[in-house]
Design a protein around this ligand. Structure first.
Ligand code: ADP
Length: 223
């Protein structure tokens, strides 16, 4: 709890300092409307980041205190992944990243549809975020006799071997300088891990720096 509070304070301090600094500088100068607009646009990005982080923290806190309603129903992962991939297609296209989906039909698991969506969205969103223009993201759903498998693969920037064991930790970002600070608080994968655990599944990551990453989630299959 002590470390968690320290991390949150640290995470809040930077964006707040940026916001304050920008406002201060803008007030000191007599700028053109265009200059003020630029300051406001940059502040909007920081506000968005703070809002996303607050929502993620609230979800984590609720999850850990057992306040989360966790439904158990039959979920068609194949159909869900296909739908989400279609929804994310414009996001990928805007970054000139090709998003492909290869799903075995009607792979079913028992779980909570909203949390399942969150798992898929977080992984695919990261894959798009950390892939350069011209890159590829592939989402696959398969099953064997015991497991349903979700795989999200990209040929993006990859993760260094020393960072890989830490990426599921809260607030962990592998070398934040190489990704846009404004984009993430390092909470997405800790939420993914929590949700996968709730489904009695497992999540693993493999990556080669500069070549790409592969996230593999396994769930016990519904027979
Ligand atoms: P964030 O909100 O920063 O994306 P996450 O918890 O989702 O936080 O991910 C933690 C860190 O793991 C990211 O900041 C990034 O450094 C690394 N990471 C996650 N997914 C990928 C990926 N597909 N490719 C490269 N790095 C990744």
């Amino acid at each position: 709890m002590k470390q968690f509070t320290a991390s949150i304070s640290h995470e809040l301090r930077t964006p707040l300092a940026v916001l304050r600094g920008e406002a201060e500088v803008a007030l000191m100068q007599t700028g053109s409307i265009e200059q003020y607009r630029r300051v406001l646009a940059s502040q909007l990005e920081e506000f968005d980041k703070l809002t996303k982080m607050t929502n993620q923290l609230l979800t984590l806190a609720r999850a850990e205190s057992g306040e989360v309603d966790f439904e158990k129903q039959s979920v068609n992962v194949s159909a869900m992944v296909q739908r989400l991939a279609e929804e994310l297609e414009p996001v990928a296209a805007s970054k000139n990243v090709e998003l492909a989906c290869a799903c075995e039909a009607n792979v079913m698991i028992s779980g909570d549809p909203a949390w399942m969506e969150r798992i898929v969205l977080n992984l695919v969103d990261n894959a798009i975020k950390f892939t350069r223009p011209g890159g590829h993201v592939t989402v696959t759903v398969t099953r064997d006799s015991r497991h349903a498998m979700l795989e999200v693969r990209d040929d993006g920037i990859g993760i260094a071997a020393e960072a890989l064991p830490h990426i599921f930790e809260r607030f962990y970002r592998a070398d934040p300088s190489r990704s846009n600070r404004a984009e993430g608080a390092g909470l997405g994968l800790s939420l993914v891990k929590w949700a996968v655990d709730q489904h009695h599944g497992s999540v693993d990551a493999e990556s080669i720096l500069g070549q790409g990453s592969r996230f593999i989630v396994q769930f016990p299959v519904v027979v």
